[in-house]
Each structure stands twice: as C-alpha cells, then as structure tokens.
Design a protein around this ligand. Structure first.
Ligand SMILES: Cc1cc2nc3c(=O)[nH]c(=O)nc-3n(C[C@H](O)[C@H](O)[C@H](O)COP(=O)(O)O)c2cc1C
Length: 201
C-alpha cells in the first residue's frame, strides 16, 4: 500500500503572522493589499507542490483589542477573499483556492454563487471553510450588538450548508449542451428547483 501523502496548505497572511513580520526589510510594506505580493506567494506555493492556499476571513477588521497593539500590526488589513482568489486563479493551474465564508452574515445564495463562480473560473479548485463567525465586532457591521447564541449559529450553519450544496446540485453537471444546430443552450430537464423548506431557510 502506498504511504499516506501529507497535504500541505499555506495560510495567506499579507504581511506575515507575527506582529512585527512586516518590519522585516524583505517584506513589501504594502504586502497585505498588493496583488503582486499574493501572485508571488501563490506561484511559489504551487511550485512547491502545496495542495492549497487558505484565506481566513472575518466580516470586520480583526486584531487585538488594545489599540496600541492594533496600530502595530497588519492583521486588520484583509482583502475580500473571493475577489483575491479569483485573481490568483488566473495565474495558477493546480493549487486549491480555499476561503472562509460565514453562515451567520451571509445568505446561502450568496455563498453558493461566490464559490460556484470561483470553482468555474479555477477549473474546480475552490474550497469553502465554513465558519459561524469568530470576531464579536462582525455583529456591529450587520446592525447587531452581538452574535446570536453559539448553538443557534451552528443550527443555522447546518441548514445553510444543506441549502448551499442543494443549490450547487440544482444544475446537473451536463446541463449545458450548447447545441448550435438546434439552438438549445441549456437542457432544462437537467435543472432542478431546490424547493428547500426548513427552520431558517
Ligand atoms: C484552521 C482554522 C481556521 C479558522 N478560520 C477562521 C476564519 O477564517 N474566520 C473565523 O471567523 N473563524 C475561523 N476559525 C475559528 C472557527 O470559526 C471557530 O470559532 C473555532 O474553531 C472555535 O470553535 P467554536 O465556534 O465552537 O467556538 C478557524 C478555525 C480553525 C481551526
């Protein structure tokens, strides 16, 4: 039997994880917002045979509570991950492109569409890290004072995942026939309404 293969993922973190990493002379000062920086990183990761790059995310600036610490770190700077991963898809061929998306501050249709689009553009390399939101500040950006209770977030998350996967499966893989002679582009017999009815959705 072949030995098990280790899977390697690289955590994309613009200026580095250490609070002072950005001060290293070898790190571009605009690394967290620089397309060139991420292109270099993803190309190196692919060449080094990593299986995936992973983009963590929160729906709020993220960092230590102490403002004197916060102002010394690049942690708060995050690009919108699906936009970034779409750009990285264009310069890579094999590496997986994985991002976080929260089930607490999205609707399933948003997430299904974002990741289906990334999956199409990347030739099947999209991956979803489902979270229910970690940072309390995310609530403020969605007109709430705090997250809903932990157990309720996970109950919604379970149904959310069902809806997302159901939406993905509502188009069969061979639904697009693109038959120039007949003029039929989509075989509608291979499309299915999800008709989901649950507690949250
Ligand atoms: C590998 C890994 C990556 C994570 N990435 C994120 C992330 O990008 N965004 C986020 O809000 N939480 C992230 N989390 C935290 C989880 O959402 C979660 O809060 C944590 O696993 C604790 O579980 P709990 O929700 O039961 O407290 C990550 C956790 C792990 C283990």
């Amino acid at each position: 039997m072949a030995p098990p293969m280790m899977k390697l993922g690289l955590f994309l973190q613009g200026g580095g994880h250490h609070i002072a990493a950005w001060r290293d002379a070898g790190v571009a000062s605009d690394a967290p917002q620089s397309l060139d920086h991420y292109l270099d990183v993803v190309r190196m990761a692919e060449q080094a045979k990593f299986d995936l790059v992973f983009n963590a995310d929160t729906q709020a600036t993220f960092g230590p509570d102490d403002i004197n610490v916060w102002r010394r770190t690049t942690a708060a700077l995050r690009l919108e991950p699906l936009t970034l991963l779409g750009a990285l898809a264009a310069v890579t061929k094999r590496i997986g492109l994985v991002s976080t998306a929260t089930t607490t501050y999205n609707e399933p249709y948003h997430v299904a569409r974002f990741f289906a689009s990334l999956d199409q553009l990347s030739g099947g390399r999209a991956g979803w890290n489902l979270v229910t939101s970690l940072a309390p500040a995310e609530a403020f950006n969605f007109s709430r004072d705090e997250h809903v209770a932990h157990a309720d977030r996970y109950e919604r998350a379970a149904e959310f995942a069902q809806v997302v996967t159901g939406l993905w499966d509502s188009w069969e893989d061979d639904a697009i026939v693109a038959d120039r002679n007949s003029g039929v582009y989509v075989d509608t017999s291979r499309l299915h309404h999800l008709n989901h009815k649950g507690k949250f959705f």
